[in-house]
Design a binder for this molecule. Sequence first.
Ligand code: ZN
Length: 314
Amino acid sequence: MAASGNGDLEALQLGAPSTYDRASDDSSSSDESTSRKKRSADSKKMAAKRGASEITTNGTTVAVTQRRNSVSQAARDPRDEPSIKRRAVGSSALAGPPSPIIEADGLSRASKGTRARLEETPEEAEARLDKMRGAVRTLLECVGEDPDREGLLDTPSRYAKALLFLTKGYQVNVDDIVNKALFHEGHNEMVVVKDIEIHSLCEHHLVPFNGKMHIGYIPRDTVIGLSKLPRIAEMFARRLQIQERLTKDVAHAIMEILKPQGVAVVMESSHLCMVMRGVQQTSSTTITSCVLGCFERKSKTRNEFLSLVGVNRH
Ligand SMILES: [Zn+2]
């Protein structure tokens, strides 16, 4: 079975007991992924609400409500329609209604500055790097180091680039990941990809947490290319994260993309902010899980997944 280049990655496909939900329906799995939508800042501006117009009559200020209504009504149809349509197109390609986790333009949980980073010119990118270099130089000075000594000369530049790399997941477009790798196979048995290596950054301390994620799902006829699951995990790991949210985001994104009968995600990791500082728990592991659909409803299904990935130790 094909999996990603991750040496540790192990993919299991198992015969499902008859207790699994069988796909029964319409699952509108379209193999095609949407072409990426142009992110348009303009549409946001257009959607901005207008304040009430006011006129002065006989010295009294009166809000012209009729006019405001007609303006908003006239604007609502032509202006709102494209964005509603865009959502519908985007979600139909990923099968299902508009999603709280995958936005119309294919980004998922974009941060405040994600689109600015995506659309920046080479000059703006250089200005961003310069600003970051200055900030790292300041940090070095603040810890009492000499940023001009030989070993540290290029550190601000290296660190700035490393940080941009470690946070590039915000800009990943889900459509590019899925990239036509949804297959209508009529396969409805549990698929588990375990031991996906995760390297992320704790958003509270900006130090790494590393571990392994295990993903299971029960398809509703549609399966996804196995290498896509680690890529979805990486998209959310290359950000400032907390393990709880990372686990949840991966599960919900898979639920949204595949519309399976259920998804289960378990992650075990070691946080350097615990290991190197604070309580200095060098051997503690943090385990988080998120189960959706049939994994949430059926303890038998959930327990089978947990024992397959080796988390259920009793
Ligand atoms: Zn931390």
